[in-house]
Design a protein around this ligand. Structure first.
Ligand SMILES: Cc1cc2nc3c(=O)[nH]c(=O)nc-3n(C[C@H](O)[C@H](O)[C@H](O)COP(=O)(O)O)c2cc1C
Length: 242
């Protein structure tokens, strides 16, 4: 086994969801900065990067947010809380940014690859991301994709709620990178979806269209910070070959 493999295995094995942090150990908030910068390198759908990472460091805001995390110990005893947020309403500017990036990368080229790449951000992305308040556009796309799918393979996830799922997938990948990076920094984390999303959004000043994927608490685990041994179902119950 190479050194890289050993280090990676060790990181994955040592990451646990920590429910109680040692509040006497000094905490380096720069570790969160570095880990979030690595998180932004995570794979994400169409490189739209429709995510934001909201750090809550100050004592009073952190304690308020901990209460909104249903008063969980994992939140109350943390040194910092980070909300992983998706921002679907920014799709137009991100599509334009990607299109501009493609134009400069393919500058002077008029071939099929360049045209296809540009068409993706100028036509297909607007087609899928453009949603009205009632989800009618999405429902119409769903019907269209069903009929087109009768003849050839077709993407089926085209409704407004499908786009939400897609954004939360990308944000979750960033969350995983973040938690692994924090472990490499010698710190611990706990991902949480048990929170009052309405109050948490208000506290963070997020607009109506934003959604919190999860809130991750950070700190150094207390001696009794892990509540039980890790258990998983047998590999052959979840890993299949076809
Ligand atoms: C999306 C998500 C939401 C979670 N929400 C909470 C939570 O609100 N509170 C909590 O204590 N743990 C939460 N967890 C942690 C899981 O309970 C934990 O990952 C699982 O029990 C496996 O333990 P491990 O992370 O130590 O391997 C969450 C995990 C994920 C991925």
């Amino acid at each position: 086994m190479s050194d890289n493999q050993k280090t990676f295995e060790q990181l994955i094995h040592s990451r646990r969801s920590v429910r109680k942090y040692d509040q006497d150990t000094p905490f380096d908030h720069d570790a969160v900065t570095r880990s979030l910068e690595l998180a932004t390198l995570s794979p994400n759908s169409s490189n739209m990067q429709l995510w934001e990472f909201h750090r809550v460091v100050s004592d009073d805001k952190r304690q308020t947010l901990a209460q909104y995390c249903m008063g969980q110990n994992a939140a109350k005893t943390a040194n910092e809380l980070v909300a992983f947020v998706v921002t679907p309403y920014k799709w137009q500017s991100r599509a334009e940014l990607n299109a501009a990036q493609i134009r400069s990368a393919f500058s002077g080229r008029e071939d099929a690859t360049a045209k296809r790449a540009l068409k993706y951000y100028e036509k297909l992305i607007p087609f899928v991301y453009n949603n009205d308040r009632f989800g009618i556009f999405g429902a119409a796309r769903k019907v269209l994709s069903f009929f087109m799918g009768l003849k050839k393979p077709m993407v089926r996830e085209v409704s407004r709620s499908d786009v939400r799922v897609c954004l939360h997938k990308s944000s979750s990948l960033a969350a995983m990178t973040f938690m692994t990076a924090m472990r490499a920094e010698g710190y611990d984390t706990c991902p949480m979806e048990g929170f009052d999303s309405k109050r948490a959004k208000q506290l963070l000043g997020l607009p109506k269209g934003a959604e919190i994927t999860m809130i991750i608490s950070c700190g150094k685990q207390a001696e009794d910070g892990i509540y039980s041994d890790r258990h998983r179902v047998a590999n052959d119950e979840v890993i299949f070959s076809h």
